[in-house]
Write a protein that binds this ligand. Sequence first.
Ligand code: SAH
Length: 234
Amino acid sequence: MKFTFVTLFSNLVEGYFQDSILKRAIDKDILKIQYLNPRDFSQNKHMKVDDTAVGGGAGMVMNPQPLYDALDFLKKEDEETYILFMTPVAKQFTQNDAKRLSKKSHIAFVSGRYEGIDERVIEEFADEVFSIGDYILTGGELASLVICDAVSRNIDGVLGNSDSLSVESFETPLLEAPAFSKPKNYKENAVPSEYLKGNHSKIRSLKLALSECKTQFFRPEQLLKHKIRTSYEK
Ligand code: SAH
């Protein structure tokens, strides 16, 4: 899978791939990362990429020309490139999107800066637009990385143990049960005793009950939506 980050500030993105799981995936040739700076495509003599908003309004908007030419270049290089725009004005990205997008061969993430991107570029090139949540960031780079990371861990070979994918929160309507590591006792707090006794069916039912409690507390609407009766109600 190839990812292209279309950004004015690639150095904000690069560090994320220099360690841990995604670095290993790059070293194994499972992932390939490329950067494209719209400024390199600017036809303005000062290489400008933004201007004041037509029709008034505060702040600067990214001009259509540099981005249009950058994305045109990308599409000509690889017509399979699937182009995602980062914007707070969009559907919120979910785990289902992460799984679906992990089947693509090449995804480009377009990051806005300033007050955003000229809408005509989005209309022309967007395969999809995504928000990562109801708050405003200073730019799309973090949103691109969030989506790239979530998509990557669904690509075969990226995670050491792909079993961990199937039981995670959002893979089922229930949030994941709490996890514990060693030691069994830490600062006078013990791991739930059932986890220690090795009876896997009992551990499974306890984990299910704990998952239900977590979901009831943090996402009660999930239980209603999926008509789930918790084990303590049955
Ligand atoms: N004026 C815009 C916000 C622009 S923020 C508005 O009110 O809608 C600048 C850039 O940051 C955006 O173009 C987008 O690429 C990115 N961005 C900001 N918040 C985001 C979010 N919640 N999700 C995804 N991208 C976001």
